[in-house]
Design a protein around this ligand. Structure first.
Ligand SMILES: [Zn+2]
Length: 379
């Protein structure tokens, strides 16, 4: 073994002097401690532990040392590098914990803040109310039936026992699409004109022709009359019509059905009354009133408690009803000796007006969302 080469003595190599290693180690520790975030620490890591860092260069010097000097120098540098790498890991963990805590605070969601979204629309209250009424009957086993709005005059009038000179057939009430004479009277006999249906009753006739009794249907839909649009009239409005044809149906079944409907829509103790009236397609026919759901009749003869909803009359007129006229049954191929039926119908606009205090019918057709939005999705 040769004598130690003086020029390779560790103390003679500047980078491997113990105080120099100590300085490198302390500089690295100071740099890690000073790193305020993970980016700064990444830079310090490269500078103090990377391939060109002072400690890595010092480590490289060891290889050139004589064998007997390598162990001591290796231990010195190895210890320093161990301390540096442990300090780096500790600081890394500290800064990651700080970042996670900060992210939790910065990205916290305040669920009480008002949100900024496109406001949800609302269904039109006429649609919602019409479906609500239809649902009452569907829950009793009725089916929803629909028919065309552009309707054969025969279905709209003839099948329903409107005589040819009935005033409803005149031009001032009905939109004729085709089939009128120059004088404005409807065609009669085999030629059927075409009208915009003036009521939902033609669906009754279509249903009776289409299927065998028993028939239980509810027919909601849009109807047309030649009215000017004002606070209480509109040329396009909505009706809902009910038809039941079965063996042994009587006015008592009709009355019970009407009572159930108003109770489902207005409350458990509601009731109805019938007043005699005339419609071509029912016999006997009645006007149907329901108890005023606001005052329950208590405003009658009680000036201290007037009721605006019913005009202190105690009752609200709702619609027309009656037993299906045997002539209608015959026209639709149903044997009136075997079957009887009842029908009734009313206007949805009118019910919306008194049920929700809508004072002007024009609000319902002008499409202003400020009118429809408060109704939301359910009424
Ligand atoms: Zn009242």
């Amino acid at each position: 073994m040769s004598a130690p080469n003086k020029s390779y003595d560790p103390v003679e190599v500047e980078a491997l002097k113990p105080e120099e290693i100590e300085r490198m180690r302390d500089e690295a520790l100071a740099a890690f401690a000073a790193a305020g975030d993970l980016d700064a620490l990444a830079h310090a890591k490269t500078a103090h532990t990377g391939g060109t860092s002072p400690l890595a260069l010092a480590n490289r010097e060891i290889g050139a040392l004589p064998p007997q000097a390598k162990a001591a120098a290796g231990k010195l540098v190895g210890q320093a590098r161990g301390v540096v790498s442990k300090a780096l890991a500790t600081r890394q963990a500290e800064l990651e914990a700080e970042r996670d805590a900060r992210v939790l605070v910065e990205e916290a969601v305040d669920v009480t803040l008002p949100y900024d979204r496109v406001p949800a629309g609302a269904r039109h209250p006429l649609t919602t109310l019409m479906e609500r009424v239809a649902d009452v009957f569907v829950s009793m086993g009725y089916e929803v039936a629909e028919g065309p709005e552009v309707e054969a005059e025969w279905f709209n009038f003839d099948a329903l026992n409107f005589v040819p000179d009935h005033p409803a057939r005149q031009m001032q009430d009905t939109f004729f699409v085709q089939g009128t004479t120059p004088e404005g009277t409807a065609t009669t006999g085999d030629e059927s004109g075409v009208v915009l249906r003036t009521h939902t009753s033609p669906v009754q006739a279509r249903t009776l022709i289409d299927r065998e009794p028993p028939v239980y249907v509810v027919c909601p839909g849009r109807v047309y009359r030649t009215d000017e649009l004002d606070a209480t009239h509109t040329p396009v409005f909505h009706q809902i019509e009910l038809l039941a044809v079965d063996e042994g149906l009587t006015m008592a079944d009709l009355k019970g059905t009407l009572d159930h409907m108003v109770q489902a829509l207005f409350g458990a103790d509601m009731k109805t009354r019938l007043r005699p009236n005339f419609f071509p397609f029912t016999e006997p026919s009645a006007e149907m009133d329901m108890l005023c759901y606001v005052c329950r009749g208590e405003s009658v003869g009680n000036p201290d408690r007037p009721c605006r909803t019913c005009g202190s009359e105690g009752w609200i007129e709702l619609g027309g009803c009656g037993m299906v006229n045997p002539k209608v049954l015959i026209a639709c191929g149903v044997d009136p000796e075997k079957y009887s039926g009842f029908a009734f119908g009313f206007g949805i606009e009118r019910m919306l007006m008194f049920r929700h205090n809508v004072e002007d019918m024009r609000d319902m057709v002008e499409g202003d969302v400020r009118f429809t939005r408060p109704f939301g999705m359910e009424i």
